[in-house]
Unconditional design. Structure first.
Length: 241
C-alpha cells in the first residue's frame, strides 16, 4: 500500500502541475473572448448609430428638397404679384406669399435643427468607429498571443501527461478510477496530506482512530468529509524522492 500511496502522491503532483498550467493557459482565450464581446458590442452600437445618422440625413434631404420646391413656388407668386394689375388678386397673392414665407421659415429651421443633430451624431459615430478600430487591433494582438501561449502550454501539458504513465502503470485499475473520479469532483485535487490531525483538503478534524490508520499507511483511506485520498505528511511523503 505504501507503494500505491507513493505513486498517488507523485501522480497528484504531476496532475496539479498540469492543472495550474491549464489554468494559466485558459486565461488567454478568456481574455480574447472578453475583448471579442467588446468588439461585438461596439460594432452593434456603431451600426445602430450609423443607421440613425443615415435616417437624419435622409430626413434633412427631404426637408431641403421640399424647401427648394416651396421657394420656387414663392418666387413665382412674387413675380405674379409684381405683374398683377388687380387689387383683389394682389391682396390675395400677398397673403399667400406671407403664409408661404412663414412656412418656408419653419421648414428651414427644421432642416437646420436636423443638420445640428446630424453633426453631433456624426462626431459620436466617428468616436465609436475609432474605438472599434482600436478594439479590433487589440483583439488581433490578444488572439495571436493566445494562440502562441496555448501552443506553448499545451506542449508542456503533453509532456507532463506522458509522465503520468510512469505512475499509473503501478496502480490497480480500481485505484486509478477512484483517483480520477475524486479529481473531477474536487477541482483537480484528489490526494492530500493529513496535517495536525486535519485533512488539508477541507480542514476537517479527523477521528483519532482514522488518523492512526492513516499513519500506518496499510490501507487507502479517504476523508469522511471531502472524500479525498489521505496520507500522513510527516511520514510517507518524506520517504519519497
Amino acid at each position: 500500500m505504501r507503494e500505491t500511496l507513493s505513486c498517488l502522491i507523485q501522480l497528484q503532483k504531476v496532475d496539479s502541475a498540469i492543472f495550474e498550467l491549464a489554468k494559466s493557459r485558459d486565461q488567454y482565450p478568456e481574455q480574447v473572448k472578453r475583448t471579442q464581446a467588446k468588439v461585438e458590442e461596439c460594432s452593434a452600437m456603431l451600426e445602430s448609430l450609423s443607421s440613425k445618422l443615415q435616417t437624419l440625413r435622409e430626413e434633412r434631404s427631404t426637408k431641403e428638397l421640399h424647401l427648394k420646391t416651396e421657394e420656387e413656388k414663392l418666387r413665382k407668386w412674387e413675380k405674379r404679384l409684381m405683374d398683377s394689375k388687380k387689387h383683389h388678386e394682389a391682396s390675395t397673392l400677398a397673403r399667400e406669399i406671407d403664409a408661404q414665407k412663414r412656412l418656408n421659415q419653419e421648414v428651414q429651421e427644421e432642416a437646420l435643427r436636423l443638420l445640428e443633430q446630424e453633426e453631433t451624431l456624426k462626431k459620436k459615430v466617428d468616436e465609436i468607429a475609432q474605438e472599434l478600430a482600436t478594439l479590433r487591433q487589440q483583439f488581433d494582438k490578444e488572439k495571436a498571443l493566445s494562440d502562441a501561449k496555448t501552443k506553448e502550454f499545451d506542449s508542456k501539458i503533453k509532456a507532463l501527461e506522458a509522465d503520468c504513465g510512469q505512475y499509473t502503470k503501478h496502480l490497480k485499475k480500481n485505484v486509478t478510477t477512484k483517483y480520477e473520479n475524486i479529481k473531477k469532483r474536487r477541482n483537480g485535487l484528489a490526494v492530500v496530506p493529513v496535517r495536525d490531525g486535519c485533512c488539508t483538503g477541507c480542514s476537517m478534524s479527523l477521528p483519532p482512530q482514522l488518523y492512526n490508520i492513516i499513519i500506518q499507511a496499510t490501507t487507502l483511506e479517504t476523508c469522511p468529509s471531502c472524500q479525498r485520498i489521505l496520507y500522513w505528511e510527516e511520514g510517507l511523503e518524506h520517504g519519497i524522492s
